[in-house]
Each structure stands twice: as structure tokens, then as C-alpha cells.
Design a binder for this molecule. Sequence first.
Ligand SMILES: Nc1ncnc2c1ncn2[C@@H]1O[C@H](COP(=O)(O)OP(=O)(O)OP(=O)(O)O)[C@@H](O)[C@H]1O
Ligand SMILES: [Mg+2]
Length: 212
Amino acid sequence: MTGRRGALIILEGVDRAGKTTQSTKLVQALQDRGHPAEMMKFPDRTTKIGQMISSYLVKATNLEDHTVHLLFSANRWELVPLMKEKLEKGISLVVDRYAFSGVAFTSAKPGFTLEWCKSPDVGLPKPDLVLFLQLSPAEAAQRETFGNERYERADFQKTVLQRFNQLMTDPTLNWQVIDAARTIEELHKDILRHSEVAIEQAATQPLKELWK
Ligand SMILES: Nc1ncnc2c1ncn2[C@@H]1O[C@H](COP(=O)(O)OP(=O)(O)OP(=O)(O)O)[C@@H](O)[C@H]1O
Ligand SMILES: [Mg+2]
């Protein structure tokens, strides 16, 4: 496998769309098929910055809205050296949320433009594939009830979905919309198929920069 880089595969979607369920299954399936793969998730709550974010999300602390946006971005940037190292070694990364969630959530707050929200993430490793797990608010409501974290409110999630739809009009990214209202196995099959194509294509392509 020398010389082949790994693919950067992102799973995005509104709350409860099945991102964590599918990321876990995808990594396992890729490994079983002989593709080196590892899972990552953002926010990564284990770092110092991640702990500040976590404390904000569980509402233990309050942070100013611009500040928290920049912390989410910084949490991605602090992992970039590790991500690049793994991708260069030929390991594909399956990432549960990335800059798109960061932008969709902050830009759903009053007074924030999409452009301002994107700027701190410009230049992050560019995904080879962004899987958007599409689930309507009505369908999401039928899944396990929302937890008690910040942002876990139906009205806010509706605006978040609108922002994701705006981000998906960007033709420079390989977005694939997955109908997440189907069974876990049906989604998995689709996701695996798209991922194997992306892994083949990425292997011989240089890693690019997001939104640049
Ligand atoms: N295809 C599916 N059909 C029905 N239920 C599902 C499906 N996929 C996941 N679920 C269930 O829905 C809930 C949310 O799934 P999961 O945690 O994977 O979503 P998520 O997108 O990671 O959510 P969050 O944004 O809150 O982290 C879980 O209880 C999970 O078992
Ligand atoms: Mg999850």
C-alpha cells in the first residue's frame, strides 16, 4: 500500500440522523475488507479545548457565540497534524462531524453569516467525501428523545438543516446525500459503496485544502 494515501470521509447530518451509528459500522466494514481505517469525531472532547467545548455543550459554562465558534474550529485544527500523519500512512479517516456542522450550527444563530463562519476553517484538510445523512425533523422526532445539551431543540435544528442545505450547493466538494430514514443496514450498504469509490480515487490524489 506504500504511496497510497488514505481518504478523508466525513459524516454529517442533523442530530439523530445516525452519524455515530454509521461511522462505527463503516470503520469496521472497511477494516474487514482490508482498508486501513480509523474513526474520529468532532468535537474531540478529550483535549483542553475540547473540554471547554464540552462544558459549554452540557451548559456548565457560558461562552460568547463567536468565541465558541472559534473554539470548535481550533479543536479541528489541533488535530490536523495527526490527521495528516494518518492519511499519509494510508489510513482512511471516518470522521463524525467536521467543519460543516461547525458552520451550520453557528450560522443558525442570529447575526452570523455563512462566510464569517466558514473563514476559520478555510484550509483544513479537504474531505474526499462528505456523506450527508438526510432526515426530516418529523422523522428525527421519532428517534430517541433529544438529550439535554445545548442546541438539542427542534426549532434550532430546523435552521441548522437550512444551513446544511446551503453548504451542500458547493460544487467543489463531493457531497453525497444519503436518505437516513431507511434501516441501519440499508444506509450502511450505500455509505460503504460511496466510501470504497472515494478511497480508490483519493489514493493517487494529493490532499487538498477546504474552501480554498
Ligand atoms: N437507520 C436508523 N433507523 C432507526 N433508528 C436509527 C437509525 N440509525 C440510528 N438510529 C437510532 O437513532 C438514534 C440516533 O443515532 P446516532 O446516535 O447514530 O445519531 P447521530 O447522528 O450520531 O446523533 P447525534 O447528532 O445526536 O450525535 C440512536 O438511538 C440510534 O440507535
Ligand atoms: Mg452522534
